[in-house]
Design a protein around this ligand. Structure first.
Ligand code: FPP
Length: 247
């Protein structure tokens, strides 16, 4: 299996049998900018454009769930100007999304601890979730101040509290019940996880939910990712054989 299926003609994606849930690590913005002699923030701005294109396309082809890694619990270590720039791009996107929501019927959700974000951005996140709660279009989950291990520890803590206060019983804990304590409660696990930019690792992205996911790695940098790249990933996914431990 080629890790980086490249320019050879890709198999056609079958749009009648899409994966239900695609998750993407939007990586390579910094390198994209560096290659062009631009500041890293220009790479994030281009990455935000790609996100718009891909999310709109996902909605148009009828994908049910799209989850993207926008900002990790570790990304706070970046220079403050870069963190500010990413938060600014998110804010801009959410304002636009609110304007379009009723038409697109896209449902937005956030995975992560939003409390360290600026109050204005937190309010915007809650507003987009609230407005779109009843929408039935594609559900876009934005992982924001998200870390997979952090998510599992928080879930364990919440479950332990429920046990201590008599609302849950450790003997009755199942994988499904534990899943209800995660940010992703109610969302099916991703079928396909895409990581552009040539890195071949998960980087703390959905470790619980990815147990049976198919992975697609490409060396295309996120700002250069496109509808065609998404179709290529879907087509490759459709040629995989998923056995879930069976034969
Ligand atoms: C990783 O690339 C990218 C990020 C940490 C930020 C992703 C943010 C956006 C695409 C913009 C805002 C998002 C939305 C949803 C509007 P990198 O900087 O680590 O790239 P590098 O590995 O090449 O340095």
């Amino acid at each position: 299996m080629a890790l980086f299926p490249r320019r050879e003609k890709a198999p056609e994606a079958d749009l009648e049998h899409l994966p239900r849930h695609i998750a993407i690590i939007m990586d390579g913005n910094g390198r994209w900018a560096k290659q062009r002699g631009l500041p890293r923030t220009a790479g994030h701005a281009a990455g935000a454009e790609t996100f718009r294109t891909v999310a709109t396309f996902a909605k148009d082809i009828g994908l049910e769930y799209l989850t993207v890694y926008a900002f990790s619990t570790e990304n706070w270590k970046r220079p403050p100007e870069e963190v500010q720039a990413i938060m600014g791009l998110l804010e801009k996107y959410l304002h636009e999304a609110i304007g379009r929501m009723a038409r697109d019927r896209v449902k937005m959700a956030f995975f992560g601890d939003l409390t360290p974000l600026a109050p204005k951005l937190q309010a915007l996140c809650h507003e987009t979730e609230e407005i779109s709660r009843g929408y039935d279009g594609c559900q876009v989950n934005i992982c924001l101040n998200y870390g997979g291990r952090d998510e599992i520890v928080r879930a364990a803590r919440a479950f332990a509290l429920d046990c201590a206060e008599g609302r849950a019983d450790p003997n009755h804990l199942t994988e499904e019940r534990f899943g209800n304590y995660l940010y992703s409660a109610g969302v099916p696990d991703p079928d396909l996880i895409i990581r552009p930019s040539g890195e071949v690792r998960l980087s703390n992205f959905l470790p619980w939910q990815s147990a049976y996911a198919e992975f697609y790695f490409t060396d295309v940098l996120w700002p250069d990712f496109s509808k065609e790249e998404l179709l290529r990933a879907i087509a490759v996914y459709q040629h995989r054989s998923r056995r879930y431990g069976g034969v």
